[in-house]
Write a protein that binds this ligand. Structure first.
Ligand SMILES: C[S@@+](CC[C@H](N)C(=O)[O-])C[C@H]1O[C@@H](n2cnc3c(N)ncnc32)[C@H](O)[C@@H]1O
Length: 329
């Protein structure tokens, strides 16, 4: 054994023994994320439309030049800024998604990860040990950040479902945990004969934008009475938030309120393969932090449906990573 200390910051050498560089990058990943969130928040990408010095960036963002330089150095290293001498400008993806100048604006997702998700992940070890959610109750600003990010991520699946599933035979839709109406809105728009009830927590139901043929009800899915008389019940991106015992409790409650000839649609990032779809790779951890949930297998959901009085009738794929599990009483 040599007495030489291990060189922690030695560059990786592909021909020699493994170096720690990749591990260091992974361990420090949160510093890159937090710098990215801060840069978005102060408007660094909005300011870097063209090559600018740290002094110019600092001036435009209202932050000290040294902070602008520290952020720009790390973000250039991460590839979202391009270094041009002593100046920095947006890389093409940062200009498209982070500068607020195009319709596809990813900043709401960053805001959610920064304000809501990151604080929960500081308790990750506890969550992985106990399988209990560690996300504290959300305040108004966090609730809005969460719902805006969910809407950004789920809007395309909502449009896919409105096209792919035949709502023709149904009359009354119940959207369970419907958020701000990301699913119900395109479904109602595409199917003029439907009326809908959206149920979500009172603080969310209160901010659902009004729409024709839509009633928003504030209720806790586990403790409050659920509205009855609906012949199609949609549960989109909700079951993944909860552990199996809460999922079966909810499925039992929905079984009690659905019309006898109704259909249950469970939209989620269902796992059909052993390896999660790459777009869903953060899901298992994130859903655990939120409420003790997981990325669930279709087979296990089919088992819970049978346990709670439903007949599983199949799974209809939607563009990956989503799918809709179909069941009836
Ligand atoms: C991931 S979001 C899905 C929103 C919407 N279905 C979509 O896919 O865009 C989960 C929703 O479930 C709601 N939710 C979570 N726990 C709930 C509970 N106990 N009672 C009512 N709603 C709940 C949240 O407020 C949130 O709007």
């Amino acid at each position: 054994m040599s007495d030489e200390p291990q060189r922690v910051f030695a560059p990786a050498d592909e021909t020699g023994p493994p170096g720690p560089a990749r591990i260091i990058d992974l361990m420090a990943g949160y510093m890159v994320s937090k710098t990215l969130f801060a840069a978005i928040e102060v408007g660094l990408f909005a300011a870097a439309d063209t090559a600018r010095t740290p002094a110019e960036l600092g001036e435009r963002c209202g932050i000290p030049e040294r902070s602008a330089r520290a952020m720009a150095d790390l973000l250039a290293d991460a590839g979202v800024l391009v270094r041009d001498g002593d100046r920095f400008r947006n890389a093409p993806d940062a200009e498209t998604f982070l500068a607020g100048r195009t319709p596809f604006d990813m900043r709401p997702l960053a805001r959610y990860w920064d304000l809501v998700s990151y604080p929960a992940w500081t308790h990750a070890t506890e969550a992985f040990r106990t399988r209990r959610g560690v996300r504290p109750e959300l305040d108004k600003i966090q609730t809005e950040a969460y719902e805006a990010a969910v809407a950004l991520v789920t809007a395309e699946t909502a449009a896919d479902l409105a096209r792919a599933y035949d709502f023709g035979p149904h009359r009354r839709l119940l959207d369970v945990g419907g958020g701000i109406g990301t699913f119900v809105r395109p479904i109602l728009a595409a199917h003029g004969h439907l009326t809908a009830t959206l149920v979500d927590l009172p603080q969310v139901a209160a901010v659902v934008p009004p729409a024709d043929r839509l009633t928003a009800v504030g209720a806790d899915l586990f403790t409050d009475p659920l509205p009855g008389g609906h012949d199609v019940v949609l549960v989109a991106n909700v079951l993944h938030l909860f552990p199996p015992e809460q999922i079966t409790a909810l499925l039992r409650r929905l079984r009690e309120v659905i019309a006898p000839d109704g259909r249950l649609l469970l939209v989620d990032w269902w796992r059909t393969e052993r390896v999660p779809h790459p777009s869903a790779r953060f899901g298992a951890g994130e859903f655990l932090m939120i409420g003790g949930g997981d990325l669930y297998q279709v087979d296990e959901v089919a088992g819970w449906l049978a346990e709670t009085g439903w007949r599983y009738t199949g799974v209809q794929p939607l563009p990956a990573p989503s799918g809709v599990i179909l069941a009836q009483p």
